[in-house]
Design a protein around this ligand. Structure first.
Ligand code: MLT
Length: 256
């Protein structure tokens, strides 16, 4: 572990996250959070044996990739629901964005293109960063351990949000990660945003499910019977001790 001083900041809004596409991120590590549900889905798929996930912004991008690589599977949601032929212009996607769909039987050895409303777009916006990691409660400690072992000049905890708004669950998870890597971040170098996120998490950590009453996204999923179970899935802590990193536009599981 290094003592190198690093700047730690949380980006709360999708507008801040998407603006990263225009910045020089050569010395920056971005950890992207879309707890409900894109980053939780990516981590689950990799834990269950998927070879890689390719985040894409738009549905036609996913379809174009599949034309080049016919074995590629397609995943994604619009308004929370699986992209079907009526939305894509003729093609039912193989998966929605429910992490519980990505079971070992369906994903082992597969590469999957994923298009979601916020998470996959934010991952694309971070593409120029030195390091891009996928953050979720499912792999939080492993991600923290990686950050402590590989410090960057700047670490951005990037919340994908819901639509155009900040998402409570992303801020909670970013705050939890900020708390885990705090000892290696110089207090002087932690932005106010990191302190705010950490405090929100500390106030809520005893009952994350109750805290999600503040989450628009959680309320939306709770209202859809078949997707309700995604919330407790995505709040599981450290069940998949893996580091997920985007390299050349593919998210892969790093070897131990
Ligand atoms: C997103 O990318 O905005 C989300 O993951 C949305 C969802 O899963 O419903």
């Amino acid at each position: 572990m290094s003592d190198q001083t690093s700047m730690l900041e949380v980006l709360f809004t999708p507008a801040d996250a998407l603006a990263l596409a225009d910045l020089d991120l050569a010395d920056t590590t971005c950890v992207v959070f879309d707890v409900l549900r894109a980053t939780s889905t990516i981590v689950t798929a990799l834990a269950h044996g998927a070879t890689a996930i390719i985040p894409v912004a738009e549905i036609p991008d996913a379809l174009a990739l599949q034309r080049q690589e016919p074995q590629l599977l397609l995943a994604g949601e619009r308004n929370g629901m699986r992209i079907d032929a009526s939305i894509s212009g003729g093609k039912d996607f193989d998966f929605g964005n429910s992490p519980r769909e990505f079971n070992p039987e369906r994903v082992r050895g597969k590469t999957i293109a994923l298009s979601t409303t916020n998470g996959s777009r934010v991952l694309r916006a971070c593409a120029g960063a030195e390091t891009i990691l996928i953050g979720s409660f499912l792999n939080l400690q492993a991600t923290a351990d990686y950050l402590k072992a590989h410090p960057s000049e700047t670490t951005l905890l990037v919340c994908s949000g819901t639509g155009h708004q900040a998402a409570y669950e992303d801020v909670l998870c970013a705050g939890a990660l900020a708390g885990l890597i705090w000892p290696s971040a110089d207090e002087q170098q932690a932005a106010d945003s990191a302190i705010m996120a950490r405090q929100i998490y500390e106030q809520s950590q005893a009952n994350l499910m109750a805290a999600l009453a503040h989450s628009r996204n959680a309320r939306r999923l709770l209202a859809i019977p078949e997707l309700r179970g995604d919330i407790s899935w995505c709040l599981q802590r450290d069940v998949f001790p893996l580091v997920a990193r985007m390299v050349d536009s593919k998210v892969i599981r790093l070897p131990k």
